[in-house]
Design a protein around this ligand. Sequence first.
Ligand code: MG
Length: 379
Amino acid sequence: MTLATYASDPSKTRGRRFAESVAPTRTDYQRDRDRIVHSTAFRRLVYKTQVFLNHEGDLFRTRLTHSLEVAQLSRSIARPLGLNEDLVEAVALAHDLGHTPFGHAGQDALNECMAPHGGFEHNLQSLRVVDQLEERYPAYDGLNLTFETREGILKHCSHRNAELIDQSEPGGVGRRFLDRSQPSLEAQLCNLADAIAYNAHDIDDGVRSGLITMVQLQSVELFERYRVEALVEFPDLAEPSRARRLLYETIRRMLSAQVYDVIAATRQSLLKAAPASADEARLAGPLLRFSPAMHAQSTALKQFLFAQLYRHPQVMQMTGQAQIVVRELFEAYTAQPSEMPAEHAARPDAARAVADYIAGMTDRFAGREHERLTGRKLL
Ligand code: MG
């Protein structure tokens, strides 16, 4: 792997919170990636909702398959740009570790429950998972990841929370939200790859579920252009029996176009800004980007999915049920902490302990716990 001057270089890492000896054959970012893959929170992603609740079908994306797709896209873009593939992989695989069960519905419900106690943000929770909640090492809590991986995991953060992080870790991962600098180029890349991934796979899952149709998607420029292109090259894809292949071929072309667009547009912005190091890149404004035309098309697709899929009455009804499950779990554990495992029940920060416990649950465990505690089966 040939690193560009502006790439994150593991030999120049800002290091880990607890000093460790170097590994004989792996770089620090490889070690981070390996720690993430072996973590408990990572395995739980397989039973956590992306958009469709886990029990609605076996082929829908879950947080795990989504994270793998983000890692794949990130690596595909990182290599031609000379960025650090190990770091993008680590950040991509960890970026959703803090997600609650039931996707954004779960996160919104938990955030409401936690409003009097500092709220709940899934990005911040991802950082809590790798910094504090994983229990794997004898000498410290968390996974003790490098600054660069932690920086990439904390994708967004409120000003208030950034101040709190900066108090406990001066000049650390909260700082950039206060001085408005950028994270590493690798972190910027994962952020963009996240959107490319969900825009594509949510089309696939949306059509599979029957909630959106190929006909509706023809109003989306980014989709329609490649659907037509695919049909010109393979006219037999117009046959109803080949509709699924037409969908896949369209999505495949869309993905390639976005990947090549990001590479070309970013090469230009890197040429112009000419950062001599990863730290100079952090101060140069966002450099990882789409071309303006692709940015507009990607935004239009996102808006389509928001209106037609994420706000679909059938999705809204399921997410409404999921929010009740999270709220009632929160109430039940708050009233009776002994219903949680002893290590959660014993914590002095009772509300945060309940939030951490619920946030760590898979969809199906949350559903089972809710049934056990309330006697009602909502999902
Ligand atoms: Mg994501």
